[in-house]
Design a protein around this ligand. Structure first.
Ligand SMILES: Nc1ncnc2c1ncn2[C@@H]1O[C@H](COP(=O)(O)OP(=O)(O)OP(=O)(O)O)[C@@H](O)[C@H]1O
Length: 296
């Protein structure tokens, strides 16, 4: 059997704002056939990358690469859980939260070169009501915006900001009970984010201190969001100083339960999943191997 590195690239042709980049041509240009044995497969529908990733792992590929954004990364990561293949990322989404956290270069040639000479590390995996997430999950306004963004027609940061501003005018917080380590906290939820990685994507740092391999989730709670605080939150997200801004409250834990007064939308890795009134969120330490740059 050949000792060449075996890599399977799973391309989501629908991800990101720049779909014209010819990934197969770049792979042919930057991967040496003497060192790397690779295949390229395209996803045909939402959810397909979960099946393709598991199949590639069963075929013995050492690295299975998500070519897309955080939605594609989530699907490939899910498919690889419990297998011996590592997740790679060629960032081609609009936000690329996990890629940015893991210091994967956003330039495709550089990211391809990194995969050809990978270093392997393990990262924690979050679960919300049984749905795995690798970057962030959340309840409240951010999930509501993800739901509206999914049907907005266009993608990218511009559309996201437009949708967020429109929905901000009508969104109301919901009373919740958050239970951590046997202690119950009664509060309101405008946003409750569960961060495995530090950012949502686009360098919007919801939990800048999050460490992806420490066995802990960083919870970020924003109970109300009047205009002044919304400005502070926006600046805090951009500058990475939300924890010291006083506009949000942080906790760390390995598991948490949330009971909401009414059904709340939730997202995993930026994609809206559904509504629920009860949430069980937990972290599985070091459950996924990644083939990327430095892991913080
Ligand atoms: N062939 C396909 N046709 C339609 N949808 C697909 C296909 N393949 C994957 N998808 C779905 O496309 C969704 C969006 O993809 P992805 O998140 O990778 O890109 P993005 O939203 O542009 O990037 P980001 O999450 O970084 O903003 C994923 O949730 C995935 O389920």
């Amino acid at each position: 059997m050949s000792d060449k590195l075996r890599i399977c690239f799973l391309i989501n042709p629908n991800s990101g704002t720049n779909r014209r980049q010819d990934v197969p041509a770049l792979l042919a240009q930057y991967l040496s056939p003497a060192a790397v044995d690779y295949e390229v497969r395209l996803t045909q529908y939402a959810g397909h990358a979960v099946e393709l990733a598991r199949q590639a792992a069963n075929e013995g590929f050492r690295i299975v690469v998500a070519v897309g954004g955080d939605g594609t990364v989530n699907e490939v990561g899910r498919g690889l859980l419990g297998t011996t293949a590592a997740l790679g990322i060629l960032p081609r989404g609009s936000g690329n939260g996990l890629a940015r956290h893991l210091k994967v270069p956003l330039s495709l040639p550089a990211a391809i070169r990194l995969l050809a000479a990978p270093s392997f590390q393990r990262i924690d995996v979050g679960h919300i009501n049984g749905h795995p997430f690798f970057c962030t999950a959340g309840l409240g306004f951010d999930a509501h915006v993800s739901k509206c963004f999914a049907v907005a027609g266009t993608r990218g940061l511009g559309t996201y900001v437009q949708v967020a501003l429109r929905e901000y005018r009508r969104y109301q917080p919901t009373p919740i009970t958050v239970t951590m380590q046997g202690k119950a906290l009664e509060t309101n939820c405008y946003v409750l984010a569960f961060a495995n990685a530090a950012q949502y994507g686009n360098n919007a740092y919801i939990a800048p201190l999050a460490n992806i391999s420490d066995g802990l989730l960083d919870l970020c709670l924003i109970d109300e969001l009047p205009l002044r605080r919304a400005v502070r939150v926006s600046i805090g997200l951009a500058l990475g100083n939300l924890p010291t801004s006083g506009a949000a409250v942080y906790h760390t834990c390995s598991s948490v339960q949330v009971q909401a007064a009414r059904a709340l939308g939730f997202h995993v890795d930026g994609d809206y999943v559904g509504d629920a009134q009860q949430f069980d969120v937990r972290l599985e330490p070091l459950a996924l191997e990644v083939a990327v740059g430095a892991v913080k």
